[in-house]
Design a binder for this molecule. Structure first.
Ligand code: ZN
Length: 133
C-alpha cells in the first residue's frame, strides 16, 4: 500500500477536514468532534483517550513558541521580563484554546500517515440499533 502524501494529510488537517477523504469537517461544533466522518465513515476517536496525543502536540507547540519568544524578546530586544511574562501568559491561555481543533486534526492526520491500513481501509457506516419485537 502506498503512503498518502504528507502534504495532502496536513493540508486537510489544517482545513479541519477528514484527513482520509477531505470531504467532510471533523467537527460538529467549536470543540466537538464527529464520532465518524460523515462522508467516508472513518472513526475519528479510534479508542478511549485517543486524542490525548493531540494535547501533547498542543502543549509542545505552546511551550516551544513561548520559550523561543521569551529568549528573543528578552535577549534580542531587551524587553523587561515583567511585560514579556504578561504577554506570554495571555498567549499560553489563548493559543492552546485556538489550536485545540488543529491539534486533533493534525494528530489524526499523523496517525493516518504512519498507519497506511487505516488510510486505505473502507469502514462501513454505523448500523442503527435494532428494535426488539
Ligand atoms: Zn472522511
Amino acid at each position: 500500500m502506498t503512503r498518502p502524501p504528507t502534504s495532502l494529510l496536513v493540508g486537510r488537517a489544517l482545513r479541519l477536514q477528514c484527513p482520509r477523504c477531505g470531504e467532510a469537517s471533523m467537527f460538529s461544533g467549536l470543540f466537538r468532534t464527529h464520532r465518524t466522518c460523515p462522508a467516508c465513515h472513518l472513526k475519528f476517536e479510534r479508542e478511549p483517550g485517543y486524542f490525548l496525543g493531540s494535547i501533547y502536540l498542543n502543549y509542545g507547540i505552546t511551550a516551544l513558541v513561548s520559550t523561543a519568544s521569551w529568549v528573543v524578546l528578552r535577549f534580542g530586544y531587551d524587553f523587561p521580563s515583567r511585560y514579556i511574562l504578561m504577554g506570554l501568559a495571555a498567549f499560553c491561555i489563548l493559543w492552546p484554546t485556538f489550536f485545540f481543533r488543529y491539534a486533533r486534526a493534525l494528530w489524526l492526520a499523523m496517525d493516518l500517515r504512519f498507519d497506511t491500513k487505516l488510510f486505505h481501509a473502507r469502514e462501513r457506516p454505523p448500523t442503527p440499533p435494532q428494535e426488539t419485537p
